[in-house]
Design a protein around this ligand. Structure first.
Ligand code: S3P
Length: 447
């Protein structure tokens, strides 16, 4: 079944509310949702997934796994049931796999295809078609896959898997959980032991979930970093999974409640895996008032409800070693910085240039147009904050097919003198379909 992403632009005008208050529950974690579908599709038997993120990116993964033989259905109880085909059992898809806007779907599925007797063509939207895939092509080619890509290692590209594929030891040249996961997923159907060496730790959902599904996997600290070793020709056992709420979605409300005076918001069910929680650390360094309520474990991940109240923020130097654990949160951190006293300097975040958009340039342009002073660096941004006053607003922002630019500039508009217009808010549906509905609830409006 072909996945059809949003097609026509949907402009949106955002006005500042008086304050934000109430409780909301953020949707399921995007990274864990993708992996839940992929690993369930490779288990033998039926898995159940509760709390799956039903955004366009994850639906693209579901469609691709169906196209390669898995049976995937959502029940009226909102529980997703997946009948897997077993490791080694993926079928040849009849058509190109449409990845829409989703880099995670593309890179992880390229890994799966690389060690199966499958040839799959990956296509995507204009944003995804501009993103570098060389970082996964290199290790997967070493494992034996034959990959032909568009110039610059870009989509559309075709992966012809090799069976049996060849185990490798691979040291990640970029801190990327997607590259790590692509190699580990290829390793599932590769005889022998595949090792990934990770000099800088990145989100570890793949490791946790592969172990949970019964793969033989070890993680050790070596002289060059974390060494993840996976024994191939794995047999995965079906699981019952509860997906925790997405900290990258909660991030918008953490910043919104911090910067809009009088706000008091409880964000329920937020995943706080330490490889994802860097924004909480950074905001607390800035003076944010974030309390963790009812800490618990959901689906093997630490989770809490976060109560966030308005607070006076101060500019900081963002520790570069936080970058991997908050890589998707920089755009909204820049918004927090716009309302802080003094400058916030974020360096060591060059990966932002190859996300759904060039997020350093996109946020610099969007903030400047709305009255915020910034300085662009090759690897980050300095934002000069105004000490908590309203920013000017009044401009139209190009969201560039990037959900996080759209949502971050929506949060900026919540404390602006004049409304901010997004040229296209439709990308929000890739990761957070209920975002504007929840904003209306917290603003005290009916949606
Ligand atoms: C993700 C990893 C990160 C992140 C993306 C999701 C994942 O990308 O930005 O939103 O689920 O593995 P990189 O691996 O490119 O850093």
């Amino acid at each position: 079944m072909a996945h059809s992403p949003h097609t026509s632009p949907s402009p949106r005008v955002i006005r500042a509310p008086a304050r934000l208050s109430g409780r909301i529950r953020v949707p399921g974690d995007k990274s864990i949702s993708h992996r839940s579908l992929m690993l369930s599709a490779l288990a033998v038997g039926e898995s159940r997934i509760e709390g799956l993120l039903e955004g366009e990116d994850v639906l693209a993964t579901a469609a691709a796994m169906r196209a390669m033989g898995a049976t995937i259905a959502r029940g009226d109880d909102a529980v997703w049931r997946v009948q897997g085909v077993g490791v080694g059992g993926l079928l040849q898809p009849a058509q190109a796999l449409d990845m829409g806007n989703s880099g995670t779907s593309t890179r992880l599925l390229m890994g799966l295809v690389a060690s199966h007797a499958v040839s799959a063509t990956f296509v995507g939207d204009a944003s995804l078609s501009g993103r570098p895939m060389g970082r996964v092509i290199t290790p997967l080619a070493r494992m034996g896959a034959d990959i032909t890509s568009s110039p610059g290692g870009r989509l559309p590209l075709t992966v012809r898997g090799l069976v049996p594929s060849v185990p490798i030891d691979y040291e990640l040249p970029v801190a990327s959980a997607q590259v790590k996961s692509a190699v580990l997923l290829a390793a599932l159907n590769t005889p022998g032991i595949t090792r990934v060496i990770e000099p800088v730790p990145t989100r570890d959902h793949s490791e946790r979930m592969l172990a949970g599904f019964g793969a033989r996997l070890t993680v050790e600290q070596g002289p060059r970093g974390r060494v993840i070793a996976l024994e191939g020709e794995a047999e995965l056992r079906p699981q019952s999974i509860t997906v925790p709420g997405d900290p990258s979605s909660a991030a918008f409300w953490m910043v919104a409640a911090s910067v809009v005076p009088g706000s008091d918001v409880v964000i329920e069910n937020v995943g706080l895996n330490p490889t994802r929680a860097g924004l909480v650390t950074a905001l607390r360094m800035m003076g944010a008032d974030i309390a963790e309520l009812a800490p618990r474990t959901v689906g093997g991940e630490p989770v809490a409800d976060l109560r966030v109240r308005h607070a006076a923020l101060s500019g900081i130097e963002v520790p570069p070693d936080l970058a991997p654990s908050m890589i998707d949160e920089y755009p909204v951190l820049f918004v927090a910085a716009a309302f802080a006293a003094g400058a916030t300097v974020a360096r060591g975040a060059e990966e932002l240039r190859v996300k759904e958009s060039d997020r350093i340039a996109a946020m610099r342009v969007a903030l400047e147009a709305n009255g915020v002073t910034t300085v662009e660096h090759e690897d980050g941004l300095t934002v000069h904050g105004n000490g908590g006053d309203k920013i000017a607003g009044g401009a139209t922002v190009a969201t560039q097919l990037d959900h996080r630019i759209a949502m971050s500039m929506t949060i900026a508009a919540l404390h602006a003198r004049d409304s901010i217009t997004l040229d296209d808010a439709s990308p929000v549906a890739t990761s957070y379909p209920a975002f504007y509905q929840q904003l209306a609830e917290l603003s005290g409006e009916t949606a």
